[in-house]
Design a protein around this ligand. Sequence first.
Ligand code: PHE
Length: 327
Amino acid sequence: MKEQIEKVKAQLLQEADAINDAKSMEDFRVRYLGKKGHVTELFRGLGQVEPQQRPEIGKLLNELRSLAEQAIAEKKSRYSAASREDQIDLTLPGRIPRIGRKHPVTLVREEIKTIFERLGFAVADGPEVETDYYNFEALNIPKTHPARDMQDTLYISEELVLRTHTSPVQIRTMLNQKPPVRIIAPGRVYRRDTPDASHSPFFHQVEGLCVDENVTMGDLKAVLSVFAQQLFHKKDLRARFRPSFFPFTEPSAEMDIWWESSRGGRWMELLGCGMVHPNVLEGVGIDPERYSGWAFGMGIDRIALNKYGISDIRTLFDNDMRVLRQF
Ligand code: PHE
């Protein structure tokens, strides 16, 4: 028995030295300490040893087992952590992180913003949940006015609405700032519309407002014409102004641009505009005898649809990555 123990010990020490990775370490453990391992087998033989010799042999066996355990413990620090590294294939190409893109509506809004900033306009902002006062009353649309029918409003309460246009930002701005005022106000607006290819219950507008002394409709036409030329990158862009009606502008107009596509050309409505109504100026404490102003409101979504050749407005809001990745 002693001889056997010596033999196993010599072999064990030699093999412990040869451990050089997680696998050889595990093999070593099984070979010596596993159910059928050499050390385990020797322990099993202890029963056949003469009772007087048992304590001595038992001691030797215990020492042998510790030796195996020590060998494993020593290598473990080196190879168990390394074993994970072994499985990392450093030659694999990296996973490219997916980088977000700007939404088509964002792209158009930023382009509009850039053009107006160059023309000296600042960017203003207002809440999407608006009071009836800012959304309607202050814009010369009293409670009983039939013009309210033009905009199917989503009411939060008697007094609170989801703003139906960005025009309330005109009021908020003029209450905070005396002329000269030159701002644009991009943002989301809401109307009680059933979604289809050309309607969405929410969409995006940019409001524009310019108030100063001696501001005329000629300024309105000049600024908006230059703006449209720059937005569509077309120096000879054709535009026309048609008479229209808005309670908060007088006179009012719609601006159309000539839109060429592969299917031919057509007039496309770009925005509503007009000279700020004297009642609106008076309501915010600006003297309409001294100051005048012009304003416009423009839908961004339709421009994005035309610009990128998208036929259904819902495509913009579905957040389908297959679509959005294309921009
Ligand atoms: N607020 C109007 C609309 O949503 C557009 C508009 C803005 C018209 C400013 C004139 C002046 O239809």
